[in-house]
Design a protein around this ligand. Structure first.
Ligand SMILES: [Zn+2]
Length: 379
């Protein structure tokens, strides 16, 4: 085992279980385990190993565990005595995977991600921000590895996550590799938005879409982790259990202040000043996302359907939706979509908050079309 030490990105023997300790957002599982709702699809996926594709793009909505699926998939491919197709967690290969030093496994991710996982030390280079991109050097560093013999002649697995972090040069270098794939090697790429990847790269991968897990399984999983208000959290996260867990661990309120203020002012009227203040206290990218979810609920309400993200606010959402102008709602939805692209680089968050508060309240004002029922407005 000593020969496995000090591979790039791997832990030295005896070092803390860096990779294993940091991997799944779930915390309790080691990353040789699939999340509960992934086990059945994983078994189906792994069942046909003899005609297994050499590159997979594992994708799904944020917070549904596609990276965890890729990690556990790598462990299962490397395991020496898989149980029912999945990693046993106990054999030599699984122990190496858990210790982060399996010679046939490489994890390619941005330095910023490695730091988050505790697998890369920032202290030595604290002046420089760790990179958010997967760089070409990381792809090139794989080349000599392809020419080394694998342990007991098994698979070699390269994990790339998130694939969106590949910059164009790195993506093209990876594409070159996939055009003449090295023997015994499987590439597992995980992504949230395949449409943001180089199309030629996507076309070289088999796609493995992961569905949003059934709510009952997600709820049980969150409750087992001590998450309070698990149902409301899960709904607010659009059914994505890992996102719900992350938001709970970050101490985010189930219902942010701006949401209460918006529903209140949209119902009873208000100039938006308090709402603008509440928005300013948050991250534009967060509240823009939040408004997009609320907008979806309002659109459902316009059609008489129950809200998906805010079931506890069904009555107020239905009342607002029942009297607004659907065209104004749609225009504001477009505006939110535009802001979502810009929000991460908002030049003036205060201006954006002020504008959003006024604009969005305005867009749910009661419709005044002739002949339309307008119970909320008027004398
Ligand atoms: Zn094993």
């Amino acid at each position: 085992m000593s020969g496995m030490a000090n591979k790039a990105g791997a832990a030295a023997p005896g070092a803390p279980l860096q990779d294993g300790a940091a991997a799944p957002a779930g915390g309790a599982e080691s990353f040789t385990d699939f999340l509960p709702w992934q086990q059945a699809p994983a078994r189906r996926w792994l069942a046909s190993r003899e005609r297994f594709a050499h590159a997979w793009l594992i994708h799904g909505r944020p917070g549904c565990g596609q990276m965890e699926f890729a990690l556990a998939g790598a462990a299962s491919l490397l395991c020496e005595s898989p149980r029912d197709g999945l990693a046993c967690g106990a054999c030599q290969a699984c122990r190496w995977v858990l210790a982060g030093n399996h010679p046939d496994l490489r994890r390619i991710r941005p330095d910023a991600q490695a730091v988050r996982e505790g697998a890369l030390d920032v202290a030595e280079d604290a002046k420089k921000q760790p990179s958010r991109e997967i760089r070409i050097e990381q792809i090139r560093s794989l080349l000599p590895w392809f020419n080394t013999a694998t342990h007991r002649g098994g698979w070699r697995v390269a994990l790339l996550y998130p694939a969106e972090a590949l910059n164009t040069i790195a993506a093209n270098a990876l594409l070159k590799i996939l055009e003449e794939p090295p023997e015994h090697t499987v590439f597992l790429l995980s992504a949230q938005a395949p449409d943001r990847l180089l199309p030629t790269l996507v076309s070289r991968c088999r796609r493995l879409p992961l569905a949003v897990p059934p709510a009952a399984e997600s709820l049980a999983w969150l409750q087992a982790r001590g998450v309070k208000d698990a149902a409301a959290r899960l709904a607010a996260a659009g059914g994505a259990p890992l996102l719900a867990l992350e938001q709970a661990r970050d101490g985010r309120p189930v219902k942010p202040d701006w949401l209460e203020l918006f529903l209140d002012q949209a119902s009873r009227g208000g100039d938006g000043a308090a709402l603008a203040d509440a928005l300013q206290a948050g991250e534009p990218a967060d509240w823009v996302d939040g408004f997009q979810r609320l907008w979806l609920d309002l659109s459902l309400g316009v059609h008489g359907l129950p809200p998906r993200y805010h079931p506890a606010e069904a009555a107020r959402i239905a009342a607002i939706a029942g009297r607004l102008d659907p065209a104004a709602l749609a225009r504001a939805a477009d505006w939110l979509g535009e802001q979502r692209r810009l929000a991460r680089h908002a030049l003036n968050p205060k201006l954006l908050a002020d504008h959003a508060a006024r604009h969005l309240l305005q867009s749910v004002r009661p419709a005044r079309a002739p002949g339309r029922a307008d119970p909320g407005a008027g004398a």
